[in-house]
Write a protein that binds this ligand. Sequence first.
Ligand code: AMP
Ligand code: MG
Length: 349
Amino acid sequence: MLIKEKRRLIILIMSILFLLSGCSKDTTLYITEENGMYTASFLAMDTVMSFSIIGINAKAKIQKAYDYIMAFDDTYSAHSQNSEVVKVNAEASNGILISDNLAQQINTALKVSIMTNGAFDITVFPLVNLWGFYDGNYTVPDSDSIEKAIKSIGYEKIKLKDNMLYLEKDTQIDLGAIAKGYAGEKTAQLLMNLGIKSGMLSLGGNMQIFGLNAYGSKWNIAIQDPNDNNAYVGIIHNTDCSIITSGSYQRYFEKDSKKYHHIIDPHTGYPAESGLISVTVIADNGAYADALSTGLFVTGLDKAIEIWKEYQDFEAVFISDNNIIYITQGLADKFTSSSESYSFEYIYR
Ligand code: AMP
Ligand code: MG
Protein backbone atom coordinates (compact mmCIF):
# COMPACT_ATOMS: atom_id res chain seq x y z
CA MET A 1 0.00 0.00 0.00
CA LEU A 2 2.83 2.34 0.92
CA ILE A 3 4.59 1.64 -2.39
CA LYS A 4 1.43 2.46 -4.31
CA GLU A 5 0.96 5.63 -2.27
CA LYS A 6 4.52 6.61 -3.15
CA ARG A 7 3.99 5.84 -6.83
CA ARG A 8 0.91 8.05 -6.90
CA LEU A 9 2.84 10.82 -5.21
CA ILE A 10 5.70 10.48 -7.70
CA ILE A 11 3.30 10.72 -10.63
CA LEU A 12 1.71 13.81 -9.14
CA ILE A 13 5.11 15.38 -8.52
CA MET A 14 6.13 14.54 -12.10
CA SER A 15 3.00 16.27 -13.35
CA ILE A 16 3.76 19.33 -11.26
CA LEU A 17 7.34 19.42 -12.57
CA PHE A 18 6.04 19.29 -16.15
CA LEU A 19 3.77 22.19 -15.36
CA LEU A 20 6.51 24.23 -13.72
CA SER A 21 8.95 23.55 -16.54
CA GLY A 22 6.49 25.07 -18.97
CA CYS A 23 5.61 21.75 -20.65
CA SER A 24 1.96 22.50 -20.02
CA LYS A 25 1.05 20.81 -23.32
CA ASP A 26 1.87 17.38 -21.86
CA THR A 27 -1.60 16.12 -21.06
CA THR A 28 -0.66 12.44 -20.62
CA LEU A 29 -3.11 10.48 -18.50
CA TYR A 30 -1.62 8.40 -15.65
CA ILE A 31 -3.93 5.88 -13.99
CA THR A 32 -3.12 4.04 -10.77
CA GLU A 33 -5.18 1.61 -8.68
CA GLU A 34 -5.27 1.04 -4.94
CA ASN A 35 -7.86 -0.87 -2.87
CA GLY A 36 -10.24 -0.83 -5.85
CA MET A 37 -9.97 2.95 -6.19
CA TYR A 38 -8.71 4.21 -9.56
CA THR A 39 -6.91 7.54 -9.73
CA ALA A 40 -6.25 9.50 -12.91
CA SER A 41 -3.63 12.28 -12.83
CA PHE A 42 -3.09 14.69 -15.69
CA LEU A 43 -2.69 18.32 -16.64
CA ALA A 44 -5.66 20.28 -17.93
CA MET A 45 -7.11 23.79 -17.60
CA ASP A 46 -3.64 25.08 -16.64
CA THR A 47 -3.49 22.94 -13.54
CA VAL A 48 -2.83 19.47 -12.12
CA MET A 49 -5.94 17.32 -11.93
CA SER A 50 -6.44 14.13 -9.98
CA PHE A 51 -9.68 12.10 -10.19
CA SER A 52 -10.26 9.14 -7.86
CA ILE A 53 -13.26 6.89 -8.34
CA ILE A 54 -14.58 3.56 -7.12
CA GLY A 55 -16.95 1.34 -9.13
CA ILE A 56 -17.45 -1.24 -11.86
CA ASN A 57 -15.30 -0.67 -14.97
CA ALA A 58 -13.78 2.33 -13.21
CA LYS A 59 -10.72 2.43 -15.46
CA ALA A 60 -12.72 2.87 -18.66
CA LYS A 61 -15.02 5.39 -17.00
CA ILE A 62 -12.20 7.50 -15.61
CA GLN A 63 -10.84 7.67 -19.16
CA LYS A 64 -14.22 9.11 -20.23
CA ALA A 65 -13.98 11.74 -17.48
CA TYR A 66 -10.51 12.66 -18.76
CA ASP A 67 -11.80 12.93 -22.35
CA TYR A 68 -14.62 15.15 -21.13
CA ILE A 69 -12.25 17.53 -19.33
CA MET A 70 -9.92 17.72 -22.34
CA ALA A 71 -12.82 18.67 -24.61
CA PHE A 72 -14.10 21.14 -22.01
CA ASP A 73 -10.67 22.76 -21.77
CA ASP A 74 -10.49 23.14 -25.54
CA THR A 75 -13.93 24.77 -25.67
CA TYR A 76 -13.74 27.14 -22.70
CA SER A 77 -10.08 28.01 -22.27
CA ALA A 78 -9.20 31.59 -23.09
CA HIS A 79 -6.05 30.23 -24.78
CA SER A 80 -7.40 27.64 -27.20
CA GLN A 81 -8.02 28.28 -30.90
CA ASN A 82 -11.35 26.43 -30.71
CA SER A 83 -12.48 28.33 -27.65
CA GLU A 84 -16.04 29.58 -27.47
CA VAL A 85 -14.87 32.23 -24.99
CA VAL A 86 -12.36 33.63 -27.48
CA LYS A 87 -15.11 33.77 -30.12
CA VAL A 88 -17.49 35.47 -27.70
CA ASN A 89 -14.89 38.08 -26.77
CA ALA A 90 -14.33 38.85 -30.44
CA GLU A 91 -17.94 38.85 -31.60
CA ALA A 92 -20.45 39.32 -28.79
CA SER A 93 -20.79 43.10 -29.21
CA ASN A 94 -23.03 42.22 -32.18
CA GLY A 95 -24.83 39.49 -30.27
CA ILE A 96 -23.93 35.80 -30.40
CA LEU A 97 -25.74 32.53 -29.73
CA ILE A 98 -23.85 30.59 -27.05
CA SER A 99 -23.82 26.98 -25.78
CA ASP A 100 -25.88 25.86 -22.77
CA ASN A 101 -22.66 25.23 -20.82
CA LEU A 102 -21.45 28.77 -21.34
CA ALA A 103 -24.88 30.27 -20.64
CA GLN A 104 -25.06 28.38 -17.32
CA GLN A 105 -21.64 29.64 -16.25
CA ILE A 106 -22.51 33.23 -17.18
CA ASN A 107 -25.86 33.03 -15.36
CA THR A 108 -24.16 31.78 -12.19
CA ALA A 109 -21.49 34.47 -12.57
CA LEU A 110 -24.15 37.19 -12.85
CA LYS A 111 -25.93 35.88 -9.76
CA VAL A 112 -22.70 35.99 -7.72
CA SER A 113 -21.89 39.47 -9.09
CA ILE A 114 -25.23 40.70 -7.75
CA MET A 115 -24.69 38.94 -4.39
CA THR A 116 -21.24 40.52 -3.99
CA ASN A 117 -22.10 43.91 -5.46
CA GLY A 118 -19.62 43.45 -8.30
CA ALA A 119 -16.69 42.12 -6.24
CA PHE A 120 -17.04 39.06 -8.43
CA ASP A 121 -17.17 40.08 -12.07
CA ILE A 122 -16.18 37.99 -15.12
CA THR A 123 -15.75 41.18 -17.19
CA VAL A 124 -12.54 41.71 -15.20
CA PHE A 125 -10.62 40.19 -18.15
CA PRO A 126 -8.95 43.45 -19.39
CA LEU A 127 -7.48 43.95 -15.90
CA VAL A 128 -6.35 40.33 -15.61
CA ASN A 129 -4.67 40.79 -18.98
CA LEU A 130 -3.10 44.12 -18.03
CA TRP A 131 -1.44 42.62 -14.94
CA GLY A 132 -0.11 39.75 -17.08
CA PHE A 133 -2.15 36.96 -15.49
CA TYR A 134 -3.52 35.97 -18.90
CA ASP A 135 -0.25 35.46 -20.80
CA GLY A 136 2.30 35.28 -17.96
CA ASN A 137 3.95 38.63 -18.84
CA TYR A 138 3.56 40.01 -15.34
CA THR A 139 3.75 43.79 -14.92
CA VAL A 140 2.53 46.41 -12.47
CA PRO A 141 0.44 48.63 -14.76
CA ASP A 142 0.44 52.43 -14.46
CA SER A 143 -2.65 54.02 -12.97
CA ASP A 144 -3.81 55.49 -16.32
CA SER A 145 -3.94 52.02 -17.90
CA ILE A 146 -5.87 50.73 -14.90
CA GLU A 147 -8.38 53.61 -15.09
CA LYS A 148 -8.86 52.96 -18.79
CA ALA A 149 -9.39 49.19 -18.29
CA ILE A 150 -11.89 49.78 -15.46
CA LYS A 151 -14.14 51.68 -17.90
CA SER A 152 -14.86 48.48 -19.85
CA ILE A 153 -15.61 46.48 -16.69
CA GLY A 154 -19.00 45.88 -15.12
CA TYR A 155 -21.29 42.85 -15.06
CA GLU A 156 -24.21 45.06 -16.13
CA LYS A 157 -22.46 45.28 -19.53
CA ILE A 158 -23.40 41.61 -20.06
CA LYS A 159 -26.86 40.92 -21.48
CA LEU A 160 -27.92 37.28 -21.62
CA LYS A 161 -31.39 36.22 -22.67
CA ASP A 162 -31.87 32.49 -23.16
CA ASN A 163 -28.70 31.68 -25.12
CA MET A 164 -28.32 35.03 -26.83
CA LEU A 165 -25.39 36.98 -25.42
CA TYR A 166 -24.46 40.64 -25.90
CA LEU A 167 -21.37 42.29 -24.46
CA GLU A 168 -20.89 46.04 -24.61
CA LYS A 169 -18.12 47.20 -26.92
CA ASP A 170 -14.62 46.57 -25.37
CA THR A 171 -16.12 44.32 -22.69
CA GLN A 172 -14.57 40.85 -22.46
CA ILE A 173 -15.15 37.90 -20.18
CA ASP A 174 -12.83 35.56 -18.26
CA LEU A 175 -14.17 32.29 -16.83
CA GLY A 176 -11.00 31.60 -14.80
CA ALA A 177 -12.82 31.99 -11.51
CA ILE A 178 -15.76 29.74 -12.30
CA ALA A 179 -14.93 27.19 -15.03
CA LYS A 180 -13.09 24.63 -12.88
CA GLY A 181 -15.94 24.48 -10.37
CA TYR A 182 -18.44 24.09 -13.19
CA ALA A 183 -16.35 21.44 -14.95
CA GLY A 184 -15.86 19.49 -11.69
CA GLU A 185 -19.57 19.24 -11.09
CA LYS A 186 -20.31 18.29 -14.72
CA THR A 187 -17.63 15.57 -14.57
CA ALA A 188 -19.12 14.17 -11.36
CA GLN A 189 -22.54 14.09 -13.04
CA LEU A 190 -21.07 12.29 -16.05
CA LEU A 191 -19.46 9.66 -13.80
CA MET A 192 -22.65 9.19 -11.79
CA ASN A 193 -24.60 8.73 -15.05
CA LEU A 194 -22.10 6.00 -15.92
CA GLY A 195 -22.99 4.26 -12.65
CA ILE A 196 -20.06 5.42 -10.49
CA LYS A 197 -21.24 5.97 -6.94
CA SER A 198 -18.07 7.32 -5.31
CA GLY A 199 -15.59 9.91 -6.42
CA MET A 200 -13.19 12.60 -5.34
CA LEU A 201 -12.27 14.93 -8.17
CA SER A 202 -9.53 17.49 -7.69
CA LEU A 203 -9.26 20.16 -10.36
CA GLY A 204 -6.15 21.94 -9.16
CA GLY A 205 -7.38 21.79 -5.59
CA ASN A 206 -10.99 22.60 -6.49
CA MET A 207 -12.75 19.57 -5.06
CA GLN A 208 -15.91 17.83 -6.17
CA ILE A 209 -16.84 14.83 -4.00
CA PHE A 210 -19.65 12.27 -4.06
CA GLY A 211 -20.48 8.97 -2.33
CA LEU A 212 -18.16 7.32 0.20
CA ASN A 213 -14.43 6.61 0.11
CA ALA A 214 -12.76 3.17 -0.07
CA TYR A 215 -13.20 2.76 3.71
CA GLY A 216 -16.93 3.47 3.56
CA SER A 217 -16.79 6.90 5.17
CA LYS A 218 -17.14 10.46 3.93
CA TRP A 219 -14.17 12.05 2.17
CA ASN A 220 -11.51 13.99 4.08
CA ILE A 221 -10.53 17.16 2.26
CA ALA A 222 -7.54 19.13 3.55
CA ILE A 223 -7.46 22.91 3.46
CA GLN A 224 -4.05 24.21 2.44
CA ASP A 225 -2.10 26.41 4.84
CA PRO A 226 -1.73 29.66 2.83
CA ASN A 227 1.55 30.39 4.61
CA ASP A 228 3.14 26.96 4.18
CA ASN A 229 2.97 24.90 0.96
CA ASN A 230 3.63 21.69 2.85
CA ALA A 231 1.01 22.04 5.54
CA TYR A 232 -2.71 22.22 5.92
CA VAL A 233 -4.81 24.04 8.48
CA GLY A 234 -7.61 21.52 8.83
CA ILE A 235 -9.77 18.85 7.30
CA ILE A 236 -13.34 18.96 6.05
CA HIS A 237 -15.16 15.66 6.42
CA ASN A 238 -18.05 15.66 3.95
CA THR A 239 -19.56 14.32 0.73
CA ASP A 240 -21.89 15.23 -2.18
CA CYS A 241 -20.65 18.80 -2.51
CA SER A 242 -18.04 21.12 -4.00
CA ILE A 243 -15.22 22.43 -1.81
CA ILE A 244 -13.38 25.27 -3.50
CA THR A 245 -10.60 27.54 -2.30
CA SER A 246 -9.42 30.91 -3.61
CA GLY A 247 -6.17 32.20 -2.16
CA SER A 248 -3.62 34.90 -2.78
CA TYR A 249 -0.86 32.26 -2.37
CA GLN A 250 -2.13 30.29 -5.40
CA ARG A 251 -0.86 32.59 -8.16
CA TYR A 252 1.24 35.73 -7.80
CA PHE A 253 4.38 37.49 -8.93
CA GLU A 254 6.82 39.66 -7.01
CA LYS A 255 8.12 43.07 -7.97
CA ASP A 256 10.31 45.26 -5.74
CA SER A 257 9.74 42.84 -2.84
CA LYS A 258 5.96 43.24 -3.08
CA LYS A 259 3.63 40.37 -3.98
CA TYR A 260 0.86 40.88 -6.53
CA HIS A 261 -1.71 38.09 -6.67
CA HIS A 262 -4.27 37.07 -9.29
CA ILE A 263 -7.59 38.00 -7.66
CA ILE A 264 -8.39 41.51 -8.79
CA ASP A 265 -10.79 43.91 -7.13
CA PRO A 266 -12.82 45.11 -10.15
CA HIS A 267 -13.59 48.41 -8.38
CA THR A 268 -9.96 49.42 -7.77
CA GLY A 269 -8.21 47.52 -10.57
CA TYR A 270 -5.57 46.21 -8.12
CA PRO A 271 -5.16 42.77 -6.49
CA ALA A 272 -7.75 42.62 -3.72
CA GLU A 273 -6.49 43.56 -0.27
CA SER A 274 -9.40 42.60 1.91
CA GLY A 275 -7.51 41.16 4.88
CA LEU A 276 -8.31 37.60 3.74
CA ILE A 277 -5.62 35.33 2.31
CA SER A 278 -7.77 32.25 1.68
CA VAL A 279 -11.49 31.58 1.27
CA THR A 280 -12.97 28.09 0.97
CA VAL A 281 -16.62 27.70 -0.01
CA ILE A 282 -18.62 24.49 0.40
CA ALA A 283 -21.85 24.29 -1.63
CA ASP A 284 -24.00 21.91 -3.66
CA ASN A 285 -23.17 23.64 -6.92
CA GLY A 286 -19.62 23.70 -8.31
CA ALA A 287 -19.77 26.87 -10.39
CA TYR A 288 -21.48 28.70 -7.53
CA ALA A 289 -18.86 27.59 -4.97
CA ASP A 290 -16.04 28.58 -7.33
CA ALA A 291 -17.44 32.03 -8.12
CA LEU A 292 -18.29 32.69 -4.48
CA SER A 293 -14.86 31.75 -3.16
CA THR A 294 -13.32 34.31 -5.53
CA GLY A 295 -16.01 36.93 -4.83
CA LEU A 296 -15.84 36.61 -1.03
CA PHE A 297 -12.06 36.84 -1.17
CA VAL A 298 -12.59 40.30 -2.68
CA THR A 299 -15.40 41.49 -0.37
CA GLY A 300 -13.49 40.64 2.81
CA LEU A 301 -14.76 38.97 5.96
CA ASP A 302 -17.52 41.32 7.20
CA LYS A 303 -19.39 41.54 3.91
CA ALA A 304 -18.82 37.80 3.32
CA ILE A 305 -20.51 36.98 6.65
CA GLU A 306 -23.48 39.21 5.73
CA ILE A 307 -23.82 37.34 2.43
CA TRP A 308 -23.54 33.98 4.20
CA LYS A 309 -26.31 34.99 6.61
CA GLU A 310 -28.53 36.28 3.82
CA TYR A 311 -28.28 33.41 1.31
CA GLN A 312 -27.94 30.39 3.64
CA ASP A 313 -26.97 28.03 0.81
CA PHE A 314 -23.23 27.64 1.40
CA GLU A 315 -20.68 27.26 4.20
CA ALA A 316 -17.18 28.73 4.30
CA VAL A 317 -13.74 28.81 5.91
CA PHE A 318 -12.03 32.20 5.89
CA ILE A 319 -8.34 32.69 6.73
CA SER A 320 -7.29 36.23 7.60
CA ASP A 321 -3.87 37.83 7.26
CA ASN A 322 -3.63 38.00 11.06
CA ASN A 323 -3.77 34.20 11.38
CA ILE A 324 -7.38 33.73 12.42
CA ILE A 325 -9.48 31.02 10.80
CA TYR A 326 -13.22 31.67 10.76
CA ILE A 327 -15.52 28.69 10.21
CA THR A 328 -19.24 29.01 9.54
CA GLN A 329 -21.69 27.27 11.82
CA GLY A 330 -22.75 24.58 9.32
CA LEU A 331 -19.24 23.10 9.40
CA ALA A 332 -19.11 22.78 13.20
CA ASP A 333 -19.28 18.96 13.06
CA LYS A 334 -17.42 18.63 9.74
CA PHE A 335 -14.20 20.57 10.33
CA THR A 336 -11.17 19.36 12.29
CA SER A 337 -8.37 21.86 12.84
CA SER A 338 -4.80 20.64 12.49
CA SER A 339 -2.58 23.67 12.90
CA GLU A 340 -1.16 25.49 15.88
CA SER A 341 -0.17 28.52 13.82
CA TYR A 342 -3.73 29.86 13.76
CA SER A 343 -6.56 30.55 16.14
CA PHE A 344 -9.99 29.22 15.22
CA GLU A 345 -13.35 30.99 15.58
CA TYR A 346 -16.83 29.82 14.66
CA ILE A 347 -19.33 32.20 13.07
CA TYR A 348 -22.97 31.83 14.09
CA ARG A 349 -26.11 33.21 12.49
P1 AMP B 1 -10.04 31.67 -8.55
O1 AMP B 1 -8.74 30.98 -8.59
O2 AMP B 1 -11.23 30.77 -8.76
O3 AMP B 1 -10.22 32.54 -7.35
O4 AMP B 1 -10.10 32.63 -9.82
C1 AMP B 1 -9.11 33.58 -10.09
C2 AMP B 1 -9.08 33.86 -11.56
O5 AMP B 1 -10.31 34.49 -11.93
C3 AMP B 1 -7.99 34.84 -11.94
O6 AMP B 1 -6.84 34.17 -12.39
C4 AMP B 1 -8.65 35.63 -13.07
O7 AMP B 1 -8.56 34.93 -14.29
C5 AMP B 1 -10.10 35.68 -12.66
N1 AMP B 1 -10.45 36.79 -11.75
C6 AMP B 1 -9.61 37.60 -11.03
N2 AMP B 1 -10.30 38.47 -10.27
C7 AMP B 1 -11.62 38.21 -10.50
C8 AMP B 1 -12.83 38.79 -9.99
N3 AMP B 1 -12.83 39.79 -9.10
N4 AMP B 1 -14.01 38.28 -10.46
C9 AMP B 1 -14.02 37.27 -11.36
N5 AMP B 1 -12.91 36.69 -11.87
C10 AMP B 1 -11.72 37.14 -11.43
MG1 MG C 1 -13.19 30.81 -8.12
